[in-house]
Design a protein around this ligand. Structure first.
Ligand SMILES: [Zn+2]
Ligand SMILES: [Zn+2]
Length: 345
């Protein structure tokens, strides 16, 4: 099987040959059709993830996976030819976090597709059936792949964590893969969105997707004041993870407002004025990936046409390095998706 792998953190990914997958008992054999490329793939490829120093190389990244079932065990609920999305966080189902319904915070992960276990930059994967979500076949694979991380992560941040309500005024800092989908979901919920980014092309994309205003960071606080009659934003989604953008989020939110962090960078630490936090009751919340029901809802939003996955380019698997480099240079609007294999009759 063809695969693109991290062999050395200082080198580009390398094409490697991997043996055909033999699915363990009870697993589904999935042909990877398309795999989105996320900024965390850049961090994984360059060795900038919290787990990087202990990761065994070569490693096959890729966690935004749309596939097709090749072979499924009896009783799994799947059949050959079914279109599926891979849920990349394989919680143990038994630890206290899993028991409390927070599988995205599992203490004893059994697999983390593309991060610490092999991902979608290869032609096939073996997946436990409960980690697969059925996809309506009318969503093309290149559109479906980004639902697995970009749209689903945005869904959890906007709907579950920020609990955005109709009529609210929401800031989205960073109009990248998460941000451009968060804007659409917040709009679908009935909120108005102010988008913030340093790239005029991303600001334009944000406007095209319905942001009432899209501004550079230095203009963000005055835009927030203007739109809220001086009060501040009801909630801010921070998707960048730099100390200065987190601090901007805290300054832009109203008294009693919520700041939801979705972006992070190793070594970055923001500083929050404690009087503002406490006396003005600012809620600071992290948001990690999504639970399976949130991925399911993200799929429905796309199927209903309320959210359109933003795909900048579709490249062949062998161009994975080009995708990573374009992301690293900040040149991607939404997602680059790798075409991994063709559907077969
Ligand atoms: Zn991702
Ligand atoms: Zn667990």
């Amino acid at each position: 099987m063809r695969a693109m792998a991290v062999v050395d953190y200082t080198q580009p990914l390398r094409p490697i040959d991997v043996p055909e997958i033999i699915p363990p008992a009870g697993h589904v054999r999935v042909r990877v059709l398309a795999c989105g490329v996320c900024f965390s793939d850049v961090k994984t490829a360059r060795g900038h993830m919290p787990f990087s120093s202990g990761l065994r190389l070569p490693h096959i990244p890729g966690h935004e996976i749309c596939g097709e079932v090749l072979e499924a065990p009896e009783g799994s609920g799947f059949r050959k030819g079914d279109r599926v999305l891979v849920y990349n966080y394989w919680g143990c189902g038994r630890c206290p976090m899993c028991r409390m319904g927070q599988e995205n915070l599992c203490l004893n992960l059994q697999g983390w597709v593309g991060f610490t276990s092999p991902g979608g930059f290869q032609e096939q994967l073996a997946v436990p059936p409960e980690r697969l979500l059925p996809l309506p076949s009318e969503i093309p694979p290149e559109q479906a792949a980004p639902i697995g991380c970009a749209v689903a992560t945005a869904y959890r941040a906007v709907v579950t964590r920020a609990a955005i309500r109709p009529g609210e005024l929401v800031g989205v800092i960073g109009a990248g893969g998460i941000g451009l989908h968060a804007i659409q979901i917040a709009r679908a919920v009935g909120a108005r969105v102010i988008a913030v980014d340093i790239d005029p092309r991303k600001l334009e994309a944000a406007r095209a997707l319905g942001a009432v205003e899209a501004v550079f960071p230095e203009e963000a606080e005055s835009a927030a004041r203007r739109w809220s009659h001086g009060i501040g934003l009801d909630a801010v989604l921070e998707t960048v993870g730099h100390a200065d953008t987190v601090e901007l989020a805290v300054r832009s939110v109203r008294r009693g407002g919520r700041v939801i962090g979705v972006g992070y960078r190793m070594g970055d630490a923001a500083s929050i004025p404690t009087p503002r936090w406490v006396l003005e009751e600012i809620t600071l919340m992290g948001s990690r990936y999504a639970l399976r029901h949130e991925v399911e809802h993200a799929i429905r939003l796309v199927a209903q046409g309320l959210v359109r996955p933003v795909v900048d380019a579709v490249l062949p698997l062998e161009s994975a390095n080009e995708a990573l480099e374009r992301l690293e240079r900040g040149q991607v609007i939404g997602r680059v998706v790798l075409r991994v294999s063709d559907t077969q009759p």
